[in-house]
Design a binder for this molecule. Structure first.
Ligand SMILES: *Cc1c(COP(=O)(O)O)cnc(C)c1O
Length: 225
């Protein structure tokens, strides 16, 4: 199976999951997570007119994507990994959507970078939905104040993002993220990966982030989450 075959299969599976959930497949964005994969592996998907791609490191994306974006200008590039404040400006220049806002310092760095560069990537707030000490994401009890802070500095916050704990049924975590998004009037939900995007769609995901099911296995990374 090539990555294009896999992409077709995932799109099909998304349609079926949407149908089961009585939702429209067109309301669900498939982000192909291309982290660790080289440009030559990505190009066939760009040629197949896939639009949304995700990367988890600013440095890696900065090396890989500018030439690809020049050739495929309709590409929408998503940052799905942790962002350091000192890389906020580079992230704002490079990415169209940022899924990993999780602290006040980063609100300020992004607001400043957006004003400076006159670019306003959409922002998702990442929530530490399983309250896990090692995971990034804002704590549940701090979410409300982070949403307020981001809105007060006019960041274009559109949704919430989460990575649920591994090896536990993810549906309750996805449902909780959906409930929080409704509470704060945020329309978009970035949740669901290769192993659980269908469950996430059942719970209202608008953006699923699928890597290995499209590109195949990655070399193990210690800082994946
Ligand atoms: C790597 C990654 C994914 C994709 O994971 P797969 O299991 O390969 O689909 C999704 N979201 C985030 C935040 C990631 O870092």
């Amino acid at each position: 199976m090539t990555a294009e075959d896999n992409l077709r299969a995932i799109n099909q599976a998304i349609s079926q999951a949407a149908e089961r959930a009585e939702r429209k497949a067109a309301d669900i964005t498939l982000i192909a997570v291309s982290k660790t994969h080289a440009a030559h592996e990505i190009v066939p998907l760009l040629d197949a007119r896939h639009v949304h791609f995700g990367e988890n490191r600013v440095q890696e994306a900065a090396a890989k994507w500018p030439p690809l974006k020049a050739l495929y200008p309709h590409t929408v590039l998503h940052l799905i990994g942790a962002l350091q404040s000192n890389k906020a400006a580079e992230a704002v220049r490079l990415f169209d959507v940022i899924h990993s806002l999780d602290r006040p310092r980063l609100v300020e760095a992004l607001a400043q970078a957006m004003a400076e560069h006159q670019r306003h990537p959409e922002v998702y707030i990442q929530v530490n939905i399983g309250d896990e000490p090692q995971k990034s994401g804002v704590a549940l009890e701090t979410l409300e104040s982070l949403v307020a802070h981001a809105r007060s500095l006019h960041l274009p916050v559109v949704g919430l993002m989460c990575i649920p704990p591994v090896d536990i049924e993810p549906a309750p975590y996805f449902a909780l993220l959906a409930k929080l998004a409704r509470r704060y009037n945020l329309p978009r939900l970035s949740m669901g990966m290769s192993s659980d995007f269908d469950v996430a769609i059942q719970q209202g995901a608008t953006d699923v982030r699928v890597g290995s099911a499209i590109f195949g296995p990655r070399p193990p990374a210690t800082d994946d989450l």
